[in-house]
Every structure is written in structure tokens, then in C-alpha cells.
Design a protein around this ligand. Structure first.
Ligand SMILES: Cc1cc2nc3c(=O)[nH]c(=O)nc-3n(C[C@H](O)[C@H](O)[C@H](O)COP(=O)(O)O)c2cc1C
Ligand SMILES: CCCCCCC(=O)C(=O)O
Length: 364
């Protein structure tokens, strides 16, 4: 059956993947309340379209930190793509680049950052990449990883701030997922050698005392723009801007870190208000339809990022599958914009959305 929607890729990915690998990709923390909330929240938000606006041609392109992207949809950082398909991170990067979008490369990628950026640029010479960092307690080692990402051509550093410790992923614990020998080689965590080559991989650590002081250290460690990923509180968004970050990613890590954090789409309006247009705001978590993208833009996001749907596309059809996922979502967003009377993503505004508590929604 030809996949028509992102959920079709999810079903196909599930069918193809080893159940323990599927669980790692699909699962979340504790009772997975946040995993479910991220997607179900969109159904509670109504779209109230404007009509007779002549939106025959639609402009989907956006500018994010100096990059012109063909659409407001990026690839969020996700680990271990080679577990999904032999095309791995190189296949995903080529598909995202060919779609005119931007990949945030995971520090826990199973392919070296240099190979990923080269693959993306083979598909689109103008392709943009950001590098996601789990700050390591050994700052000298973190510095080496950052310099490696810079040399590979990444244009921003995305620091994940929602993970001072690893989330409680019970599916993985039951499956013994992280204990599988040789399964998980995070290529970008190799030791720098005096020869300039990369030695054995280190296991990824988390910085338990992660604080704003580390952000000050990062400023000394890189001249790249710093993006904070994992902002959920409006006060932290305000602090992030005051501390000079270039952008924020509103994210609860796809429900994989702290369970019962609300859906990101429900957190977005207060964060967008706190940021007040001073830096770009990217939202991830639960984006599965073009209407979800439109709702996020309407509540103040500059762009959205996809986590699991990229993995589904990869598992179902390699590079081509990722391309199809992006193409379907783009077409859905374009159609939703047409039906809402928007000829540009810049025209997608708050007047189009109505957050509806379930009781009032049922009265409509
Ligand atoms: C399998 C998987 C691996 C992930 N790996 C990372 C990672 O290495 N670094 C990171 O900051 N976030 C990681 N995330 C979180 C994503 O970047 C993103 O926040 C989340 O997946 C968005 O939700 P969605 O999957 O519903 O789109 C991962 C998520 C998944 C599902
Ligand atoms: C110990 C392995 C760390 C990889 C983390 C990848 C990630 O963020 C995830 O959500 O999974």
C-alpha cells in the first residue's frame, strides 16, 4: 500500500524493525504520558480558517539563523540511524538537504559528522547543518567534539538542556537495549588522537550540574551561534534570550526525559510571548500532520522539527522514505495554508487557532 500519511510510515517501520529497536525509537519515559500528550494535544486545537483571501500561490520558505529553508520543517537530532536502515544518517541527511531543509545532527549519530555533512552537501551544496551536543563533564573533551563539528561545517551548536540525567525508559530497560554489545557506536564521541585521527568512542555522559555557567563556558568554546534545546518554561526562555542564545527549541525530548511535561504545543504560546520575537523559536514533539505545523506557526513558532517521523521514513524506505515523509508533510502544510487563506507562512497567525478545552470543543 502506498503510504499517504506519516502514520503509514510509522506502521511500516514498526513492521520492519526488530521489536527492541522499535521500542527504543517509539518509547518514552515512565508511563509515556508526555509521548501521548505531544500528539493528542493537536486534536484539541481547532483551526478557524479565513476565506476569500485569494491564497492561490503559497510561500513556505523561512529564514532561520541566516539559512533560507524551503519550508518551516527541520530534522530534529535523533540517535542511531543505522539501527533503522543501512542508509543511516547519510541517507537522512541527503533527503533533508534535497528537500531544502536543515538537519540537526545528533551527537549520538552512528555516522561521523564529517560524513553526514558531506552526504547532505552532495545532495544540495547549500545544505545547512547544526550539531547537537550533550555537554560532557570533561570540558576539554566537549571542546574537541565542538571543534570537530565546526570543522565539519555545522553552523550552530544545539545544546540539549533537558538531560542532566538520562530519562527512565522502561521499554529499553526491559529489553536490555543499552546493554546490547557493539550495537551502539556513537561515531562523534571518539577520542581525539595526537595524530589528528579519531580513536575509540567514549560512552556518552550527562552533565548532572548543567547550569547557566556552562553556557558562559560554551561562549568561550565556540564562535558558533548557540541554540538551547529542551526549553519548556517561559522563564527559562526569557533567561535564554537574556543570556544571548541565538534560538531556542521548545522540546520535551519527545516525552523521553521527564514524564508528564505537558505537550509542547500547549507550552508554546507562553514561551512565544516571553521570547517576543527576539530569537527564532523552533518547536518539536508530536508533529505528524501539516495542520500540526500550521498550529505551531500560529502559536508563534518560527519552524518545527521532526524526530520520530524521520526515523519512520528511514526504516520504511531509507533515504527515499525520509524524502517522502518530508514531501507529504510539505504538501499537507501547503494544503492547510490554502484552506486557511494564507499565501505565506508569515501570514499564519494566532487568529486561526482556537485552543479548546474538551468540554467547550464538544459543544461546537
Ligand atoms: C529515537 C530518538 C532519538 C533521539 N535522540 C536525540 C539526541 O540524540 N539528542 C537530542 O537532543 N534529542 C534526541 N531525541 C529527541 C528529538 O530530538 C526530539 O526532541 C523529539 O523526537 C521530538 O518528538 P517527536 O519524535 O514526536 O517528533 C531523540 C528522539 C528519538 C525519538
Ligand atoms: C546513552 C545513549 C545516549 C543517547 C541519547 C539519545 C537520545 O537523546 C534519546 O532520546 O534516545
Amino acid at each position: 500500500m502506498t503510504p499517504l500519511a506519516l502514520r503509514d510510515f510509522e506502521a511500516e517501520a514498526r513492521r520492519r524493525l526488530d521489536p527492541a529497536i522499535w521500542d527504543y525509537y517509539a518509547g518514552g519515559a515512565d508511563d509515556e504520558v508526555t509521548v501521548r500528550a505531544n500528539t493528542s494535544a493537536y486534536a484539541r486545537i481547532g483551526l478557524v480558517p479565513r476565506v476569500l483571501r485569494g491564497a492561490f500561490h503559497r510561500q513556505l520558505a523561512v529564514d532561520v539563523l541566516g539559512h533560507r529553508l524551503s519550508m518551516p520543517i527541520l530534522a530534529a537530532p535523533t540517535a542511531f540511524h543505522l539501527l533503522a536502515h543501512p542508509d543511516g544518517e547519510k541517507g537522512s541527511a541527503r533527503a533533508v538537504a534535497a528537500a531544502g531543509s536543515l538537519s540537526i545532527i545528533s551527537m549520538a549519530a552512528t555516522t561521523a559528522v564529517e560524513e553526514i555533512t558531506a552526504a547532505g552537501r552532495s545532495a544540495n551544496p547549500d545544505a545547512a547543518f547544526w550539531f547537537q551536543l550533550y555537554l560532557q563533564p570533561d570540558l576539554a573533551y566537549s571542546q574537541a567534539v565542538i571543534e570537530r563539528a565546526e570543522a565539519a561545517g555545522c553552523s550552530a551548536l544545539v545544546v540539549t538542556v533537558d538531560s542532566p540525567v538520562y530519562g527512565n525508559r522502561e521499554r529499553d530497560r526491559r529489553n536490555g537495549f543499552l546493554d546490547l554489545p557493539g550495537l551502539l557506536v556513537a561515531e562523534n564521541t571518539r577520542e581525539p588522537l595526537p595524530t589528528g585521527e579519531w580513536g575509540n568512542p567514549r560512552s556518552i555522559g550527562f552533565t548532572g550540574d548543567l547550569s547557566w555557567d556552562h553556557l558562559a563556558w560554551l561562549r568561550t568554546a565556540t564562535s558558533l551561534p548557540v541554540v538551547l534545546k529542551g526549553i519548556t518554561h517561559p522563564e527559562d526562555a526569557r533567561l535564554a534570550v537574556e543570556n544571548g542564545v541565538a534560538a531556542i527549541v521548545v522540546s520535551n525530548h519527545g516525552g523521553r526525559q521527564l514524564d508528564t511535561v505537558p505537550a509542547t504545543i500547549d507550552l508554546l504560546p507562553a514561551i512565544a510571548e516571553a521570547v517576543d520575537g527576539r530569537v527564532p523559536v523552533v518547536l518539536d514533539g508530536g508533529i505528524r500532520r501539516g495542520t500540526d505545523v500550521l498550529k505551531a506557526l500560529a502559536f508563534g513558532a518560527t519552524a518545527v522539527a521532526l524526530g520520530r517521523p524521520i526515523i519512520w521514513g528511514l526504516a520504511a524506505g531509507g533515504e527515499q522514505g525520509v524524502g517522502d515523509v518530508l514531501s507529504i508533510l510539505r504538501t499537507e502544510l501547503d494544503r492547510a495554508m490554502a484552506l486557511c487563506g494564507c499565501s505565506s507562512v508569515l501570514e499564519v497567525s494566532r487568529e486561526l487557532v482556537r485552543p479548546a478545552p474538551e468540554e467547550s470543543w464538544s459543544r461546537l
